[in-house]
Design a protein around this ligand. Sequence first.
Ligand SMILES: *[C@@H]1O[C@H](CO)[C@@H](O)[C@H](O)[C@H]1NC(C)=O
Ligand SMILES: *[C@@H]1O[C@H](CO)[C@@H](O)[C@H](O)[C@H]1NC(C)=O
Ligand SMILES: *[C@@H]1O[C@H](CO)[C@@H](O)[C@H](O)[C@H]1NC(C)=O
Ligand SMILES: *[C@@H]1O[C@H](CO)[C@@H](O)[C@H](O)[C@H]1NC(C)=O
Length: 593
Amino acid sequence: MLPFLPLLTFLLPSLSLPSSYTLDIPTFITTESPIALSGLLANIGPSGLKAEGAASGVVIASPSTENPNYDYTWIRDASLVSKLLVDRYTQGRDPSLQGIIDDWVSAMGILQQVPNPSGNVSTGGLGEPKFNPDLTAFTGAWGRPQRDGPALRAISMLTYATYLLGQGNTSYVRNTLWPMITLDLGYVAQNWNMTGFDLWEEQDGSSFFTLLSQARALHQAAPLAQTYEDASTAQMWEQQAGNILCFLQSFWTGNYALANINLPSSRSGLDTNTVLASIHAFDIAAGCDSNTFQPCSDKALANHKAVVDSFRSLYSLNSQYGPDQSVAVGRYKEDVYYNGNPWYLTTLACAEQLYSSLQTWTSQGYLTVTPLSQPFFAQFLPSISSGTYASSNETYTQLVQGVQGMADGFVSIVQQYLPSDGGLSEQFHKSSGTPTSAGDLTWSYASFLSMADSRASLPPSSWGAQTLSLPSVCQPGPQPPQVQITFVESATTQYGENIYLTGSIPQLADWSTTAALPLGAANYPDWSVTVQVPVGESFQYKFIRIYNGQVTWESDPNRQYTAPESEEVTVDDTWRASNVQYGTVALARTHDV
Ligand SMILES: *[C@@H]1O[C@H](CO)[C@@H](O)[C@H](O)[C@H]1NC(C)=O
Ligand SMILES: *[C@@H]1O[C@H](CO)[C@@H](O)[C@H](O)[C@H]1NC(C)=O
Ligand SMILES: *[C@@H]1O[C@H](CO)[C@@H](O)[C@H](O)[C@H]1NC(C)=O
Ligand SMILES: *[C@@H]1O[C@H](CO)[C@@H](O)[C@H](O)[C@H]1NC(C)=O
């Protein structure tokens, strides 16, 4: 591929690139790719140079054994690594990978059956996030389950199975791959509607990355399931793929996709979780479909800008880059792990989403700017307006060059903060840029190689995204966890007078006095009532007393509460005497938040 950056300089004559941007991306990729591949392979047992003690086919996360100890195999990381290897092998680009892929399949066949703290193979054990490198269970405390693992493993195996069937190798598919795929997909179909830990192993809720991977896995199986499953199972998987896709649409805020819902969180929800979801759902045959969050969809591009912008002022090393230039990107801005730094794999994912978009636009011969994606494209052409631009149009050329320049900018940042031996750690320090946390992170190497494939216009295998459509009626997804709150109000009353509760949320009657919740006086003078509120919900409330139809409010200010992460709690209050009597319902509005 021709270097585009000289064109970028032409396109943006007013912006002087910082000297730290290195312009020769193709040379850098040519130099770094073999380093990344050998770094990745070194972490796979039994013969990987840095995977000592790892069983055959086991992909360790990193050889680092302390600060942090990553000498484990995570199902997610290993499956994303195998996804890359399977794409490269099945597209005929590296025949030497066959043995490693087959070893990984065999290792996974063992791991699926290892009872672990999440359960055994039929009771939830497939959601266990990580194992010891000798294929035994990890029994320490951990954020479990993580439900992306089985989906990602099935995706890799489905791509491999589809290829082998094309080679006429039905026996391996029927006897080895399919029994494993069906276990993972059975787990996904049964459990997608339950909460679990996200890919960063911190948030126990519903994760965008997990759900999009699950929808993909179930749908990608459809053609093979016709042959290898009974019709009702095949149909159920496809229905659940649609239900998941439906549920995923509720993550959209109007400007970006939330990374996690159904959990108490003070985070913005801007997170490279969603960028990673998009690149791993990429299917060049699906065009710029926004339901499946294709990299070039208006939603995914708006999301890209929102996520990248959230890192601009977060790290001091980003201050050298202009407002429309690429920056170093981490997981999410509230991150405190290792004091919160940019990561190589998330910065590379931001590049890969753009390279993947370029592939689709080239393939379809046009790009479309919508009101949603206009701010994204305005980074490259401030005057751009909504419309469809054919590849023959000079506006198309300007936009595509701008996008290519931004993608290359992310790669250039990775190049800038790479040690001289080309090793890729997990993170680089937010002010000095020094590599930090685990060294030789297998996922970092995989992310470099998939970025490089994407820049070289080598798309991953299609998974049929264009035939995954939204059902007309959605089955409900996971519900947010609820906490039972018992409000106890100590109040002496006169005969015929009762205590009520009202507040700022529907469960508390939205400040109504007529629909306020009556409290029971079984333990007079303690009055009480129990309500269910989603964990993490913050609200205001007050008690009122009603006597002969006359409403008396407690004195100001409104009481304030946030529903804690717990099954049930009691909140004790004492009546706050008011010297003002409110006689009418309408005045309740003065207590609105
Ligand atoms: C899994 O656990 C369940 C419940 O303890 C048990 O009935 C079942 O036999 C176990 N299955 C395997 C394969 O160990
Ligand atoms: C089918 O593929 C498996 C896995 O690579 C291989 O071990 C086996 O020899 C192949 N069988 C045939 C008949 O090609
Ligand atoms: C989740 O989906 C499965 C499969 O449709 C169903 O059996 C189960 O009841 C659902 N669970 C919840 C909590 O909705
Ligand atoms: C490019 O597209 C714009 C907007 O649709 C249009 O006004 C213009 O005429 C096109 N230019 C060419 C050369 O087709």
